[in-house]
Design a protein around this ligand. Structure first.
Ligand code: G6P
Ligand code: MG
Length: 219
C-alpha cells in the first residue's frame, strides 16, 4: 500500500529552471563559455558541481577543482539572490492543491531534491509545513541518477520504497526512482520522463484522483 509521497522541488513544486538558466548564463557570459537552453535542459535534476562540469565539458574547458568551486559559488550567489523575488504565488499550477490534498488524506510527504537551496525555496513559497521530511542536496553526497536522496527520504518517513511514489520532472530523477524500486510519476514530455510509471504533461493534471486511478491496486 502507498503511504508516502516524495517530491522533487525544481520543476515539480515550482519552476526554478528559468532562474538557474539566468544564473548559469551570466557566469558563462563572464567566462566566454557557450551556454543555451538546450544545454540548460541537461542540467535538470543534477547537482551544482555536476552542472558546471557539464557546461565545461561542452566548452572543452578544464580547470583546477578549486577554481571550479569558486565559479560554482559565483553562480550560486546570483541564483540565491534571484530567489528573493520568489513568493507564495510561485507554485506550479496544481502543486499546492496536491500537497494540501495529500496532507488532508494523512499521507507522509517528503522532499527529495538535489538542491542545496531547497530550504530557502520552500521558505519563499511558504511550503515548509507540507513536508514531514526534507531531503535536499545537503542530505546525501551522491546526486541523481543515484537513488540516495529518495532512500534518505523514505527511510526518514519509515517507509520502504515500494510504499512510496516519487514525483520527478527530470530524466535522471526518474532513473533514480527506478534504481531503488520506487513508483514514479513523471512531469513533462515523453522524451524526458516517458520511462516513469505514469506521466503527466504538467502538475495540473497530476491530481490525487488521477494518481490513485493509475496505481489503483496500491491504494
Ligand atoms: C535541482 C535543479 C538543478 C540544480 C540542482 C542543484 O535538481 O533541477 O538544475 O542544479 O537542483 O541546485 P543548487 O540550488 O544546489 O545549486
Ligand atoms: Mg526537478
Amino acid at each position: 500500500m502507498i503511504k508516502g509521497f516524495i517530491f522533487d522541488l525544481d520543476g515539480v513544486i515550482t519552476d526554478t529552471a528559468e532562474l538557474h538558466f539566468a544564473a548559469w548564463k551570466k557566469l558563462s557570459d563572464d567566462m566566454d563559455w557557450q551556454f543555451d537552453r538546450d544545454l540548460n535542459e541537461k542540467l535538470r535534476g543534477i547537482s551544482r558541481m555536476d552542472s558546471i562540469k557539464v557546461i565545461m565539458d561542452h566548452n572543452n574547458v578544464s580547470l583546477k577543482e578549486e577554481t571550479i568551486m569558486e565559479l560554482a559559488t559565483q553562480k550560486n550567489d546570483i541564483y540565491v539572490e534571484s530567489l528573493d523575488h520568489m513568493t507564495p504565488e510561485d507554485y506550479l499550477p496544481g502543486a499546492k492543491e496536491l500537497l494540501t490534498h495529500l496532507r488532508s488524506e494523512g499521507f507522509s510527504v517528503a522532499l527529495g531534491s538535489a538542491s542545496k537551496n531547497a530550504e530557502k525555496v520552500l521558505k519563499q513559497l511558504n511550503a515548509t509545513h507540507y513536508f514531514d521530511v526534507i531531503g535536499d542536496g545537503n542530505s546525501v553526497s551522491r546526486s541523481k541518477p543515484a537513488p540516495d536522496i529518495f532512500l534518505y527520504a523514505s527511510e526518514k518517513m519509515g517507509l520502504s520504497p515500494e510504499r512510496c511514489i516519487v514525483f520527478e520532472d527530470a530524466e535522471k530523477g526518474i532513473d533514480a526512482a527506478k534504481a531503488s524500486n520506487f513508483y514514479s510519476v513523471g512531469i513533462g514530455p515523453e522524451e524526458r520522463v516517458g520511462h516513469a510509471d505514469v506521466r503527466f504533461d504538467t502538475m495540473k493534471e497530476a491530481t490525487l484522483f488521477e494518481v490513485k486511478s493509475h496505481f489503483k491496486d496500491l491504494f
